[in-house]
Structures are given as C-alpha cells and as structure tokens.
Ligand binder design. Sequence first.
Ligand code: HEC
Length: 103
Amino acid sequence: MRTTVKIKLIVSSAFLALSLSSGAADIEAGKAKAAMCASCHGAAGISAMDIWPSLAGQKTGYLAKQLKAFRDGSRSDPVMNAQAKGLSDADIDNLSAFYNSLK
Ligand code: HEC
C-alpha cells in the first residue's frame, strides 16, 4: 500500500517536471517571431518613437498579460489588437521571454 502511494507520487512528479519543461519559453523562437514587432519596438526592444513603448527588460509576466489582453480585446489599441490577433499562447510566452532577456 505505502509503496503504491510512493510510486504514484514519483510518477506524478515526473509528469509535472516533464510538463513544466515542455512548457518552457523559447527565447530563440521569440526572437524569430519578434521580427514582425521590430519596426515599432526596435530590434533590441528599444523603441525609436515617443508613442511606441520600449519592451527590453520588461517583466515576462507583465508582457504576456498585455499581449493576451490585446489579443482578447480587453486592452484596446487598434495597432496592437491587430498585431496580437494571430499570436498563440506559445508565441506570447516566447516573445515575452525574448523581450525580458534584452537589457
Ligand atoms: C505598427 C507598430 C507596432 C507593431 C508592429 C507592434 N507594436 Fe506593440 N505596441 C505598439 C503601440 C503603439 C503600443 C502602445 C499601445 C497603447 O498605447 O496601449 C504597443 C504596445 C505593446 C505592448 C505593451 C507595452 C506596455 O508597456 O504595456 C506590448 C507588450 C507590445 N506592444 C508587444 C508587441 C509585440 C510582441 C509585437 C509583435 C508581435 C508588437 N508589439 C508589434 C506598436 C506596435
């Protein structure tokens, strides 16, 4: 009985570790995706225009939250609503990790 519980625990924690690592953001993929953002936010995440925010070094969780809000329309901006429309959750995680990695 005890052994069964132990095995169950080991198996479920192994699955947890697996799902956590497979869900990890990919900075390189984010960098590739960010080519479509660079015209406004800059290749290094520093914007050249007063009305375009710089994203370099911004917190990952904040960036992901804003991109999801632009995607579902709860944050409204005609430019960014259109930009975020086609992004998957994985794209958003990767882009957020990429911009966070820039200093
Ligand atoms: C045509 C110019 C343009 C492009 C291209 C563009 N953005 Fe933006 N982005 C903006 C503007 C303008 C804002 C500010 C919107 C506002 O005032 O709410 C913004 C805001 C943001 C914000 C919120 C920043 C903050 O501090 O709250 C994020 C995150 C963001 N953009 C990410 C991206 C990503 C990722 C891409 C590429 C998929 C992208 N943007 C493409 C113009 C652009």
